[in-house]
Design a protein around this ligand. Structure first.
Ligand SMILES: Cc1ncc(COP(=O)(O)O)c(C=O)c1O
Length: 367
């Protein structure tokens, strides 16, 4: 068979280890997974009751236009229903954008380290990938602009960024958008938008009104606690959405996901509570890092990247054997750091104690 050559250079996405596999491998009773930036508080109760009464009929396809969900999201973000596209997770929208705009002979610009799927999909489509290193954890927007040329079709801005948790300020983002040529689609990936509290955080939806080459991606997988149901959405002006729609597979959002997401977006009280808890959780991590003189990036997300100045895989393995699944920074471009999802108060205490034990063992902790 004549597979695309570039497929041979890629490895499949490495998800965080699953609770079940770790339980079995290490014969542990209790496992805490803080690896994939899921919501430790689950999802809104409203979602659970909506799903209980959801009787789709398994033989029937879901609504391919996601009509009810479209109305609910349109009302929430205050755009027209035709200005939204839905995905089987925002991963699926990244894939559609790549499929629609990337091919051999064109290039795409992104920060590195950032979310792996931009590059992964661009490589599959055969586009040239231009990676611009972060500076102090931040997107280097000047260098990203400098990398754009006539052959650039897509530029990716992950804000807040995975894996650093940093964000682009409003003034920097608008100055950047002003200068990106009109033929380039700017993808602003806001998977962690609901966690952001910075004062100079921007109103991304309003920016899509001003900049006709901007699409904003959001997801129900993070603060809404619906990662398993796979629902993400993109907001942009109608012409972008219309151009992308043919690249969307039919029925890409299942009916459980649609029902759950409608209930989820209507319960903003749950979102507020989770954001508050997350702020408290982040403080536990910040205090620990300050006490132990560890470098971290202040985070606008529900995870934190901590530099242990130790081999990340060794630290990862140590925590794993204590029952904490986190993410080694090695595969994320930070070989001495761990990326840890902010959990509940107790989970944070537990993982930080295990981390203190690890650091004590390697004689790094300042007590
Ligand atoms: C920055 C970023 N974008 C997109 C995604 C994909 O999210 P989903 O496909 O679950 O919506 C993730 C998941 O971790 C992410 O961190």
């Amino acid at each position: 068979m004549r597979w695309k050559k570039q497929l041979l250079t890629l490895t499949p996405y490495q998800p965080g280890k699953s609770i079940e596999s770790v339980k079995r491998q290490y014969n542990l009773e209790k496992i805490v997974k803080l690896a994939s930036n899921e919501n430790p508080f689950g999802c809104s109760k409203e979602v659970l009751s909506a799903l209980e009464s959801h009787q789709p009929g398994f033989a029937i396809y879901p609504d391919g236009y996601a009509t009810g969900l479209r109305e609910a999201v349109a009302e929430f973000v205050k755009v027209e229903p035709e200005e939204i596209i839905f995905g089987n997770g925002s991963d699926n929208i990244i894939q559609m954008i790549s499929r629609a705009l990337l091919h051999p002979g064109v290039n795409t610009v992104m920060a590195v380290p950032s979310f792996s799927q931009y590059k992964h999909n661009a490589v599959i489509e055969g586009a040239e990938v231009r990676e611009i290193p972060l500076v102090n954890g931040d997107h280097d927007l000047e260098q990203m602009l400098a990398a754009i040329d006539d052959q650039t079709n897509v530029v990716w801005v992950c804000s807040p960024n995975n894996p650093t948790g940093t964000y682009v300020s409003e003034s920097k983002l608008t100055a950047f958008l002003e200068r990106v040529p009109a033929h380039v689609l700017v993808v602003l990936d806001e998977a962690y938008y609901e966690y952001a509290v910075a004062e100079d955080y921007y109103d991304s939806i309003a920016l899509t009104r001003t900049y006709p080459n901007l699409i904003v991606l959001r997801t129900f997988s993070k603060i809404y606690g619906l990662a398993s149901l796979r629902v993400g959405y993109g907001v942009a002006n109608k012409s972008i959405i219309q151009a992308l729609e043919p690249a969307r597979e039919p029925f890409n959002v299942n009916s459980f996901g649609q029902t759950a997401a409608i209930a989820a977006i209507k319960d903003q009280e749950f979102v507020r509570e989770c954001r508050e808890q997350n702020q408290k959780g982040l403080k536990q991590f910040y205090d620990f890092c300050q006490e132990n003189q560890l470098h971290y990036y202040p985070s606008q997300t529900n995870f934190i990247l901590i530099d242990l100045e130790q081999d990340a895989d060794t630290a990862f393995q140590y925590l794993l054997e204590k029952g904490y699944i986190v993410r080694s920074g090695k595969a994320l471009g930070f070989p001495t750091s761990l990326r840890i999802t902010v959990g509940s108060f107790e989970q944070n205490e537990g993982v930080l104690q295990a981390l203190a034990d690890f650091l004590a063992e390697v004689n790094k902790v300042v007590k």
